[in-house]
Design a protein around this ligand. Structure first.
Ligand code: UDX
Length: 437
């Protein structure tokens, strides 16, 4: 099939390369010339395991090209909209300007019978509005909403072998054509039995925001338990293990720590609250305000703990932050709990050095006032406290005995509860986890 992918960020770049891998002829289109230049040369503009290999393979096959010219979308049978929907400045609502701009630029090249499939995370009601617009500007074309559930760090596998497909389609005859087109696109993963659910537009849009809200709620639930564990002298990790054995609850996404960040969960729950308010259903989602508040408290909590471990004040203390990305295996620092805590510590008088295997360049762009050091051993040198905030493998594997000789004071805060407290304490460290005695 001939496919166009509009927007080549985290979502679009991976989607374009993956669709080519599935055997389709794909053009990826973006307004950012640098991004297109890099992608055309087989370089991923961001860190995502497996993507450089997939890009090279797909480019070599001749089935994948990139362009800044929307005209190149002409001739594709399915056009995927993969642009970002960030949070509006000073508001909770999602900013739809990129979706609208991409859509308006695309429609002159859409032919009758083509399917325009939205993948971006949008407020419920957007697809119905775009479908009306499409009927005016490209009569005979069909709009579908096909949300994406990929996780950064696992984006390639999540795209090639997702756990489900959701198709939001119009009613009537057009629905069959939309389903047939998407089934053809995803024929390979569907042939292995991947479930697919065909629903209306609004349900498809809500599946995505509901899924992310549930995940955010799960994380904030366990972080609320961590607060209680702190107060009661209990251990939230053991608690999560025990409740997670109940398969109605499950152990995944019950890791307490410094909380969730990134380009999705925080802004998606806020946009969801804003949209529910517009629909007159704000009461239904007031709990998400609490989910957000619990999450933001984790960042202040880790700063407070660092102050405590440093003897009550951060003034003049050298603090090393292990990890800048919002999660491991990513160089994404959008709304990263690690950087937000690091900045607060610096404001309270600490000299902060941040280290990370992949995210330092992005971190510097956002927080130029912090200190950065790529080599872990150098970053740790002479610290009064180490604060692990992103659980990269290499930080989990730090040897407490070896690290002892590098620091000024043996204090460590485990903001992700991934270290072995006994091993660190045995080596003479003051260890503190989050919600652990
Ligand atoms: C998320 C959704 O998982 C994905 O389905 C959706 O398509 C996009 O948003 P992503 O933002 O890549 O994906 O990250 P995710 O793995 O969900 O982690 C989000 C944040 O939650 C990270 O900061 C992570 O460190 C944190 N987290 C996750 C916890 O604090 N505890 C957990 O138990 C799990």
């Amino acid at each position: 099939m001939r496919i166009s992918v509009i927007g080549c960020g985290y979502l679009g770049a991976v989607h374009a390369a993956s669709m080519a891998k599935l055997g389709h002829e794909v053009v990826g289109i973006d307004v950012d010339q640098n991004k297109i230049k890099e992608l055309s040369a087989g370089t991923a503009p961001f860190f995502e395991p497996g993507l450089p290999e997939l890009l090279s393979e797909s480019l070599r096959s001749g089935r994948l090209t990139f362009s800044t010219d929307m005209e190149d979308a002409a001739g594709a049978q399915v056009h995927f909209l993969c642009v970002g929907t960030p949070q509006k400045k000073g508001e909770y609502a999602a900013d739809l300007r990129y979706v609208d701009a991409a859509f308006t630029a695309l429609t002159p090249y859409v032919q009758p019978g083509d399917v325009v499939a939205g993948k971006s995370t949008v407020p419920v009601g957007t697809a119905a509005r775009l479908a009306d617009e499409l009927a005016e500007t490209a009569p005979g074309a069909i709009l579908a909403w096909n949300p994406e559930f990929l996780r950064e760090g696992h984006a390639v596998a999540d795209t090639l072998t997702p756990d489900r497909f959701v198709y939001g389609v119009p009613s009537g005859e057009a629905s069959e054509a939309a389903v047939a087109a998407l089934d053809e696109v995803y024929a390979t993963p569907l042939s292995t039995g991947t479930p697919r659910q065909v629903v209306d537009y609004a349900t498809a849009e809500l599946v995505k925001t509901a899924a992310n809200s549930f995940l955010a709620t799960k994380i904030s639930f366990i972080n609320a338990m961590a607060e209680v564990c702190d107060a009661a002298g209990a251990d939230v990790t053991a608690l999560a293990d025990a409740i997670g054995l109940d398969d109605r609850i499950g152990r995944k996404f019950l890791n307490a720590g410094v909380g969730f960040g990134g380009g999705c969960l925080p802004k998606d729950i806020r946009a969801f609250m804003a949209r529910a308010g517009e629909l007159g259903a704000d009461q239904a989602l007031t709990f998400l305000r609490e989910v957000d508040a619990i999450n933001m408290r984790r960042r202040s909590r880790v700063v407070e703990m660092t102050r405590e471990i440093c003897g009550g004040s951060l003034l003049g203390k050298r603090v090393t932050i292990l990890g800048a990305a919002f999660k491991p295996d990513s160089d994404d620092v959008r709304d990263s709990p690690a950087l937000s805590a690091a900045a607060q510590m610096q404001l309270q008088g600490a000299t902060v050095t941040v280290t990370d295997p992949e995210a330092l360049q992005n971190a510097k762009g956002r927080f130029p006032e912090l200190g950065y050091e790529p080599v872990t051993e150098h970053a740790i040198q002479d610290a009064h406290a180490l604060v692990l905030l992103t659980e990269w493998k290499e930080y989990r594997a730090l040897d407490p005995v070896a690290v002892s000789s590098l620091v000024t004071e043996k204090n460590i805060i485990d903001g992700r509860n991934v270290l072995d407290p006994a091993a660190w304490r045995e080596a003479g460290w003051t260890y503190r986890g989050m919600g652990r005695p």
